[in-house]
Design a protein around this ligand. Structure first.
Ligand code: PA5
Length: 462
């Protein structure tokens, strides 16, 4: 199982104003935490609670259908192109980047064991979209269009462009190159998929986009490139068993939730940094940023009080950002909690050759990059502590589907518990709606005429 080390936030190490006495606080909050966890589990079966991400049983069928479809299309495509944004892209991106061989899309077909390359198009930059579509042979590309609502305008605009090209190139057969992941009943994509006869996968009810990585949203792209999704599912199941425990002393998600809540509300840590010491984990912070921001950035609490709550999540990569952000972390405002993600065992060991023995870099000879990476993680952790900056570490025995699933599930649970501590509605995202409405208005969508004149007038001022 993954491990959690919170010694770096002890007030005796980083000072009263920056850290906490965990023993005391765990004791103070143990009943509240137990109540929160019990209530999440009691409510998870209820419709409209948005807690279906906690229910794993439904997954058996889904996993079976995903594997069946993946084996059916095996060897038929050179590329997978995922169209989606937010929760419909970030989980798949983070997991494939972590679990595939590094630089996957540059490897030969043999090196990829005949599995396709994979691309996530989660933006509408016309230069990038055009360039990617020109680069890929769309006839040999399986397009997985993912949208829970079935109407997200960025995804649907991409889909319309891609569908048009596919149809021109393949005629009626273009349908075989599209697989849609969406709601079982509602939304424009569901309607079109049924009309046009695409293969579809369902995003279950009451699973929000940012909590959907373990539905077909994330699992289908993984299976299409040959990742063992049974291992992923086992990781979630085992972590779920562990995180069901309402006892804070034995629940690492609850511990990190409480640490974030207290350091934010009592010690002024308004920023939480996610810093994996691994390039393969480079998109895990992006996935977390979405999860944390939309879940906890809220103007009011559940009683209607204005609170404007939420810590700002920040991405950093070890060791790369030691040469970029670390100066600020060590000496700038002491307003950050650093979450290291450390990998204990890499798949490879790479030795530095002993070639410049009598020079200033001679000490590196014979050592491995693994040793160097560990030394840098340890030095950074201790330096931050020397500078009275609080840190925690999440430790992965190695990078595989089992541990990555545990990590993401822990973060989901941590987010849900933190939301309950703030007493906010973790599962809504009203703050993104207004900009969407203005966009509809500017793009001439019927029904938004009033917003159109409002935004046009405001645009003369900002
Ligand atoms: O967390 C969420 O629900 C959102 O951020 C969605 O993931 C995002 O808006 C994309 O939505 P959809 O899947 O409907 O295209």
């Amino acid at each position: 199982m993954i491990k959690f080390d919170h010694r770096g936030i002890e007030s005796k190490l980083v000072g009263e104003e920056n850290g906490i006495d965990t023993e005391k606080e765990f004791e103070n909050y143990k009943d509240r935490i137990s109540e929160i966890i019990t209530s999440l589990h009691n409510k998870k079966a209820g419709a409209g609670e948005w807690l279906q991400w906690m229910n794993l049983k439904y997954m058996e069928d889904t996993v079976w259908y995903i594997k069946e479809y993946a084996s059916m299309v095996e060897n038929r495509f050179d590329n997978i192109l995922v169209l989606g944004i937010g929760g419909s892209a970030l989980g798949g991106l983070a997991m494939t980047e972590a679990l595939l061989k590094p630089y996957w899309n540059y490897l030969s077909k043999e090196e990829r064991n005949n599995y396709p390359r994979i691309f996530f198009l989660d933006n509408i930059d016309p230069d990038c979209v055009k360039s990617l579509l020109n680069t890929l042979d769309l006839k040999k590309t399986l397009v997985n269009v993912i949208t829970k609502s079935g109407s997200t305008h960025e995804t649907m605009a991409q889909y319309m462009i891609v569908k048009d090209i596919l149809e021109q190139e393949l005629g009626d057969d273009y349908r075989k190159n599209i697989v849609a992941t969406t709601d079982k009943q509602t939304g424009v994509l569901r309607q079109l998929a049924d009309q046009e006869g695409y293969k579809t996968f369902v995003i279950p009810d009451d699973v929000g986009g940012r909590f959907s990585v373990f539905t077909a949203v994330g699992l289908l792209p993984l299976a299409l490139v040959g990742i063992d999704i049974d291992e992923v599912v086992q990781g979630i199941k085992d972590m779920d068993e562990r995180l069901k425990n309402p006892d804070i002393y034995n629940n690492i998600a609850a511990q990190n939730a409480l640490i974030h809540y207290l350091l934010n509300t009592q010690k002024g840590k308004t920023i939480t940094v996610i810093m994996p010491y691994s390039t393969r984990l480079q998109y895990i912070p992006d996935w977390f940023i979405h999860l944390w921001s939309e879940s906890l950035g809220k103007s009011s609490d559940n009683n209607g009080n204005t609170i404007n709550t939420g810590q700002t999540p920040l991405k950093a990569i070890g060791v790369t950002d030691q040469y970029s952000q670390m100066q600020l972390f060590n000496e700038g405002p002491n307003n950050k909690l650093i979450n290291f993600i450390k990998v204990e065992n890499f798949d490879n060991e790479l030795k530095v050759p002993n070639i410049f023995e009598y020079t200033g870099i001679g000490y590196l000879g014979g050592k491995s990059l693994n040793e160097l990476l560990d030394a840098e993680y340890e030095s950074t952790k201790v330096t931050l502590t020397d500078c009275s900056r609080p840190t925690v570490s999440i430790i992965l025995p190695k990078i595989n589907g089992y541990y990555i699933a545990q990590l993401l599930y822990m973060f989901e649970m941590q987010t849900a518990i933190t939301g309950a501590l703030y007493n906010v509605d973790t599962f809504s995202q009203n703050g993104v709606e207004q900009a969407k409405n203005y966009t509809y208005a500017l793009m001439g969508r019927a029904g938004y005429e009033e917003s159109a004149s409002e935004i046009k007038e405001k645009l003369t001022m900002v």
